[in-house]
Write a new protein. Structure first.
Length: 422
């Protein structure tokens, strides 16, 4: 079989390595891929993941049998629809279902309509009305641009002044472009966060092993938000009881709600949850695998990924198709010093074969050598029987994979370990 994977980050590298275990696959094309992925797949750097017509033409010309569309923008832009229109089955939701991530106003209204637990909220189109609202609403408050904003369209305002400034940034200065034409202002929730990715064919929903992201750049969750500096799986806050509650109150109702709206969701639906004192609530939905959640979840999968993905597309998904190893995983992201603000690229990456898995997010391959190219450069992932061992191994390996001016956090998984000790 010939497979395509749209995207070019660490998540796509993890998907490709998991797919490669299937021996029926002859070739995987990564569109566009990156210099690190080029060690595991045929990269197509000249085509951007968001150039839907070019992606579709390439997949058709190469007569691909199945395509995995991994990132949010290509899904929201309708890549799965466009591929199906030319007869190529693809993993991921169609555009009318990807809106669950593409519009926060849509997802909040969906949750309200179907009674799915989430933070209380108001929607604003008008800057004056939004400013008036935050002069009296409870503080802290959370301001979210409606559309996709590279995961950066969320402002946690600790004061009214910050709230007003946040509204201006999104609605007046248009920092996130048209994503900020509408905003959601919502209740500030507290509690541990859990990421639960799931496979669904629109009828059956099968949660994957839970995980925990670490979004801030520095140890102790300090400094600005990033695309994610590390992950662990499973997440100890996600107990069996909470999992059962999430299935009944969140996962199944969301799948049913999307069907009811005529927007059947097939693919990977990501539930960003907060375990509040009033029970689990949805912080956000993503219409795809998380990055770097995929990097810890997929190495723990004990079943064939391609079979599961095809079952989500065909409507034949069964719970017994998805098995997990009884183990834990830790991913430590190595970033370019200065990320997420400003950083330099072009430093040689050494020791890439010194870890169980190295998933590359930003690198260029030149004369057989890898050079950094981007903010988040790579993720070092180790699995082990316990979380503590997985963390220790991941840091041992991370010490061997290096490049100049590298920055990583040293406390990935420490909060989870404390929770386990309680
Ligand atoms: P998102 O882009 O929706 O994932 O939001 C980014 C981060 O902002 C989340 O991972 C949370 O840490 C935080 N966040 C989002 N919504 C809320 C909320 N209602 N209350 C508290 N924190 C939130
Ligand atoms: N790690 C969070 C995300 O992929 O959106």
């Amino acid at each position: 079989m010939k497979i395509g994977v749209v995207g070019g980050g660490g998540r796509e590298h993890a998907i490709i390595k998991a797919l490669k275990k299937n021996k029926e696959i002859e070739v995987i094309y990564a569109i566009p891929g990156n210099g690190g992925i080029a060690r595991d797949a045929v990269c197509v750097p000249e085509i951007k993941a968001t150039d839907v017509p070019a992606v579709v033409k390439f997949c058709k010309d190469q007569k691909l049998d199945y395509v995995v569309v991994a990132p949010d923008d290509p899904l929201v832009l309708g890549t799965v629809d466009a591929l199906e229109n030319v007869g190529i089955p693809a993993f991921g939701p169609k555009a009318n279902a990807a809106i669950i991530e593409g519009s926060k106003v849509f997802s909040k209204n969906l949750m309200k309509k179907y009674g799915i637990p989430t933070a209380k909220y108001e929607v604003f189109h008008d800057i004056q009305a939004a400013e008036d609202y935050v002069r009296t609403c409870p503080i802290p408050t959370v301001i979210k641009a409606d559309g996709l904003a590279l995961g950066k369209g969320v402002i946690i305002a600790m004061t009214r002044e910050e709230a007003v400034a946040g509204i201006k940034t999104i609605m007046e200065e248009k920092k996130f472009g048209h994503s900020g034409d509408q905003i959601v202002i919502e209740e500030y929730l507290e509690g541990p966060e859990v990421s639960v990715l799931s496979f669904t064919d629109g009828k059956t929903v099968v949660p994957m092993i839970s995980s925990m992201d670490h979004k801030r750049i520095n140890d102790n969750d300090e400094g600005p938000n990033t695309g994610g500096m590390g992950t662990i799986a499973p997440n100890p806050y996600y107990t069996k009881e909470i999992a059962a509650e999430c299935m009944e109150k969140i996962f199944k109702p969301t799948i049913a709600a999307m069907n009811q709206e005529g927007r059947t969701f097939r693919g990977c639906l990501y539930f960003g949850l907060m375990i509040t004192k009033d029970g689990p609530k949805v912080i956000e939905y993503n219409c795809r695998f998380g990055d770097p959640e995929a990097q810890v979840v997929l190495p723990l999968l004990d079943s064939d990924l391609l079979t599961i993905m095809q079952a989500t597309t065909n409507g034949t998904l069964r719970e017994d198709m998805v098995k997990w190893k009884d183990a834990a995983a830790c991913c430590v992201i190595e970033a370019s010093g200065g990320y997420p603000v400003s950083y330099k690229s072009g430093y040689e990456i050494k020791g890439i074969d010194q870890a169980e898995h190295v998933y590359v997010a930003g690198a260029e391959l030149k004369d057989g050598k890898l050079y950094t190219h981007g903010g988040r450069v790579l993720g070092v992932v180790e699995t082990a029987p316990t979380l503590k061992e997985a963390i220790d191994k991941a840091y041992e390996s991370a010490a061997k994979v290096s490049f100049a001016h590298m920055h990583m956090r040293h406390d990935i998984g420490q909060r989870a370990l404390k929770a386990l000790a309680q």
